[in-house]
Design a protein around this ligand. Sequence first.
Ligand code: ZN
Length: 242
Amino acid sequence: MAPNPPRTVTNSSGRSPVGRPNATTLPPSLAQRLSDLGNYNVQVQATLSIVVFKTSTASNFPLATWLQEATNILGQHGMKLDVSQGPSGPQVLSYNGGDVNDLNQVEEIRNSAAALFNASATPLRCPIVVCTFRASFAREAVGFTVIDNSKPDRKFSLPNGGSFLPFCLLDGASAFPTTLLHELGHAAGLEHPNAGNETQDVMFPVGTTNANRTKLNGVEIRGLAGGYFSVPRVAPPYRIPQ
Ligand SMILES: [Zn+2]
């Protein structure tokens, strides 16, 4: 299909032409992205780095299973997961706020994590905190990613002034095997519509069925490689505009 020529429209006064952005100059093109949306075989050799912590209320969660699930799915696309944690598992944060139910607690948790790792050390790592959610938190979510996609650096402003690169919370009691990778996708800026209509897609919104989704399309693979925690990092954002 030939690209549409740049168009101009004339405003109501009939004098000043108003230029419209030429969509075909977007790198990479939206057409490429739409093609990637249906392509589940995209390969990108990149390593995604995370650091895992837990709160004292989280116990008996199958972290090894979650990490293996993410490793398996990413591995099908040439990607690797680099995990940092303490010598005997995730380091415990000095947080005593109990089950998470509001952003003040989320901020306290992230501040506690900040005391245990250097967030600007290379490679940059996305913090993943396994904690416990109150049942009502975030519309009964099993995972929660703090990100502001409207900001160039995607840092979300927390209630007491905290502002961090995107990070993820997982509910140790209810997270599914693919929730860790799902939230990491959010931390890269991916949103549920990037799954298209594929219910087995990792970014498909969680429901009572298909909780253990295993597919990633090309938009999501390139999007993950656009995350700040990816080496090499492709130019972000790479997703279908919402
Ligand atoms: Zn989600």
